[in-house]
Design a protein around this ligand. Structure first.
Ligand SMILES: [Mn+2]
Length: 430
């Protein structure tokens, strides 16, 4: 298989074009932050150490239930996907891990490890799929999986999740994310209580198969593909699940899986407080589960989520260790470009949240000075931290301007020559 890694000389040549401007901007920002008693070098260190996992399914073009419009050079299998993920990490230095989806990414674990190793990648949480039928599968998930009325279908779904754990063990993963499409489309179609009991019983069987050093993340979603009710519809139900399943079970927050205008940052704070925040699927939305690029619609909300995360990190909140993953669908952009941009948006929100003067914020809160408390957050959010992110990238040998470097390298055209055009295929967005 051909390797299409972008040469470090190509990245270097691109960085040379941007270096002078970066140093000037970095010096100016450093001076500005010093006046706020903030050491810019410490921020670069923090941002450098930060990583967000890329979803294997994100490097293919997504789609909607209306259509899918594949792009050129779509990855054909998990090894092509890993190549693309390698480029994202090479240029941004921000995405060291990949999250796999089974059965889409099923392959020999040894070959997966070898491939990841050559690209400098590792593996994050495993994802099971019981929301669609795999080829040759005995029982259909049309009417549910872990909560299905038939015990045989539930057992099959449990077995699949255990298989995901087994594959994960072989490639160094330490977590399983479970999202199910189970629910109902009509009032009366299912009994809410019975269905939830079945789900909990099945999940208890999955938890029994978890290695001691693993975590299991359950992901809530308000609607779709079930449009009247879903079994794991919101964070309240998700929290109940995590409580029922015990100490290895945590809640995963997918930003798009809430009703519009829901206060997600507050949900995050609650889950941190009760030690059940497992991780994130970052994306953005305007109306529903739009799976738009992270930070593309409401970067302030993303910042407010990170404000809670940094608050927890700095006060040393007990049991606080959330997994950070992207989960979005790319319909009109090159997925590699969208994922690079999104990884940088997540880093940006993190850097901005690190700028919040938490001592001042606490004083304003205690004095009931609402205006200044809000301004303390706004001051951090308004600061353009791009030179910090770019410097972190440059020092790692990544690109000062990843999109420009990617386009200059002609990666998409090169892989398109090797990978034949595909039609249809799985969008796979959860
Ligand atoms: Mn998700």
């Amino acid at each position: 298989m051909a390797e299409y890694k972008i040469g470090s000389d190509q990245i270097g040549a691109n960085n040379d074009k941007h270096a002078k401007a970066l140093y000037a901007d970095y010096a100016a920002l450093g001076e500005h932050l010093a006046r706020r008693n903030i050491d810019i070098e410490k921020l670069v260190e923090k941002v450098s150490a930060y990583g967000v996992a890329v979803p294997s399914w994100g490097v293919g073009t997504g789609g909607t239930r209306f259509a899918r419009f594949p792009g050129a050079g779509e990855p054909r299998d998990i090894f092509d996907k890993l190549d693309d993920c390698g480029v994202i990490h090479q240029l941004t230095g921000a995405t060291p891990n990949v999250s796999l989806h089974i059965p889409w990414d099923k392959a020999d674990p040894k070959a997966l490890l070898e491939k990841a190793d050559t690209l400098g990648l590792g593996f994050d949480a495993m994802n099971s799929n019981t929301f669609s039928d795999a080829e040759g599968q005995k029982h259909s998930y049309k009417f549910g999986s872990l909560s299905h009325a038939s015990a045989a279908t539930r057992a099959q779904a449990v077995e699949h999740n255990i298989e995901c754990i087994e594959i994960g063990k072989a490639i160094g993963s330490k977590a399983l994310t479970v999202w199910i499409g189970d629910g109902s489309n009509f009032p009366g179609q299912t009994n809410f209580t019975t269905q939830f009991e079945r789900y909990l019983d099945a999940m208890k069987d999955v938890v029994k198969a978890l290695p001691a050093d693993w975590r299991i993340f359950t992901e809530h979603k308000m609607y779709e593909p079930a449009f009247y009710s879903t079994v794991v519809q919101d964070w309240g139900t998700n929290y109940m699940i995590a409580q029922e399943l015990g100490p290895q079970a945590y809640c995963l927050v997918d930003l798009g899986h809430h009703a519009p205008n829901v206060n997600i940052e507050m949900i995050v704070a609650r889950l941190i407080q009760f030690k059940k925040l497992g991780g994130f699927h970052f994306n953005d939305s305007k109306y529903g589960d739009d799976d738009l690029d992270t930070g593309s619609i409401d970067p302030f909300r993303l910042f407010l989520v990170f404000n809670e995360l940094v608050d927890a990190e700095q006060r040393g909140a007990e049991g606080f260790d959330p997994a950070h993953m992207l989960d979005q669908s790319h319909n009109v952009t090159d997925p590699i470009e969208s994922l690079m941009q999104s990884a940088m948006e997540v880093q940006r929100a993190y850097a901005q949240a690190l700028l919040v003067d938490r001592g001042a914020l606490k004083s304003f809160q205690e004095d009931n000075d609402a205006l200044m408390a809000a301004q303390t957050l706004k001051k951090a959010f308004r600061t353009d931290v791009e030179p910090i992110l770019a410097m972190a990238r440059q020092r790692k040998g990544a690109a000062i301007d990843p999109i420009a470097a990617y386009r200059a390298a002609g990666y998409r055209a090169k892989v398109a020559a090797e990978r034949p055009a595909v039609t249809g295929g799985s969008g796979g967005i959860v």
